[in-house]
Design a protein around this ligand. Structure first.
Ligand code: DX5
Ligand code: ZN
Length: 217
C-alpha cells in the first residue's frame, strides 16, 4: 500500500520556513494552505510565497487553495511550480476546465470537498483529476479534531476510483494523527496531510515516520 505523508506548513514556524522545510525532507510532499478570508474565515499566504517556496523546498509543493474563484487564481500556482494544485468543488465555477488547465501547465489537478459536501456530483468527473481531497475538518484552521463521519464518503470515492480503474490519489486533511490515520487508511486514503501532528514537538522527521507506521498498521 502506498502511503504519502504531506506535512502542512500551516503549523510550521513562519519566521523560519526554509529551515522548517529542511526538517521535513523525508516527507512526500509539503502541503501549503492558501486561505483568502472569504472562502474560509482565515488568511494565510498567496502566490509570491508559493513562488519562493517552490525555489527553496527540497520536497515538491502540494498547494491547497481555500479561496474563492480558483478558476482565476489556480493556474498561477501551477505556473509557480506547484507539483499539485487542489481547489475546492464548492468554490470552482468550471471544475473540469480548471483541472484541464492545471494539467496542461504541468501540475497534478486536485478537487477538495468540505465535510458536508456530497461526492455524488463529482464521481463522474474523477478521470479529470489526479487527486481528491476529502476534508476531515471544516477548512480554515489547523489543530481541529478529525470528523469520522467523513469516512463513508471517502470509502465511496475509493470504490469509484477502483471500479473505474483510475490512478487517483485520495487525500485526507485535518486532524490526522497517529490515532486517526489508520481509520482514514482503512477507508481508502493513501495521502495524509498533517500539520500539528508533524510540527508540534521537536522532531518532525520522527513524527512523519510514526505517521507512516500508524497508517500501515
Ligand atoms: C485546514 C488545512 C489543513 C491544516 C491541517 O483548513 O487545510 O491543511 O493545516 O492541520 P492539522 O493537521 O493540525 O489538523
Ligand atoms: Zn490543507
Amino acid at each position: 500500500m502506498t502511503t504519502r505523508i504531506n506535512p502542512s506548513i500551516l503549523a510550521a514556524d513562519f519566521a523560519n520556513l526554509e529551515r522548517e522545510l529542511g526538517r521535513i525532507s523525508t516527507a512526500d510532499l509539503v502541503h501549503v494552505d492558501i486561505m483568502d478570508n472569504h472562502f474560509v474565515p482565515n488568511l494565510t499566504f498567496g502566490l509570491p510565497m508559493v513562488q519562493r517556496l517552490a525555489q527553496v523546498s527540497p520536497v515538491p509543493l502540494d498547494v491547497h487553495l481555500m479561496i474563492d474563484d480558483p478558476d482565476r487564481w489556480g493556474p498561477g500556482y501551477a505556473e509557480a511550480g506547484a507539483y499539485s494544485v487542489t481547489f475546492h468543488a464548492e468554490a470552482a465555477g468550471e471544475p473540469v476546465a480548471l483541472a484541464r488547465r492545471l494539467r496542461q501547465i504541468g501540475a497534478r489537478a486536485g478537487i477538495a470537498l468540505k465535510p458536508g459536501t456530497d461526492a455524488t456530483p463529482y464521481l463522474d468527473l474523477l478521470p479529470e483529476f489526479d487527486q481528491v481531497l476529502v476534508m476531515t475538518v471544516e477548512p480554515g484552521f489547523g489543530g481541529q479534531s478529525f470528523i469520522p463521519e467523513t469516512m463513508p464518503k471517502l470509502a465511496r470515492i475509493a470504490d469509484a476510483v477502483h471500479d473505474a480503474g483510475l490512478d487517483v490519489w485520495l487525500q485526507v486533511d485535518g486532524g490526522i494523527t497517529a490515532e486517526t490515520i489508520g481509520m482514514a487508511a482503512e477507508a481508502g486514503a493513501d495521502t495524509f496531510v498533517a500539520g500539528s501532528a508533524v510540527f508540534n514537538g521537536d522532531d518532525p522527521a520522527q513524527r512523519i515516520a510514526e505517521l507512516r507506521d500508524a497508517a500501515a498498521a
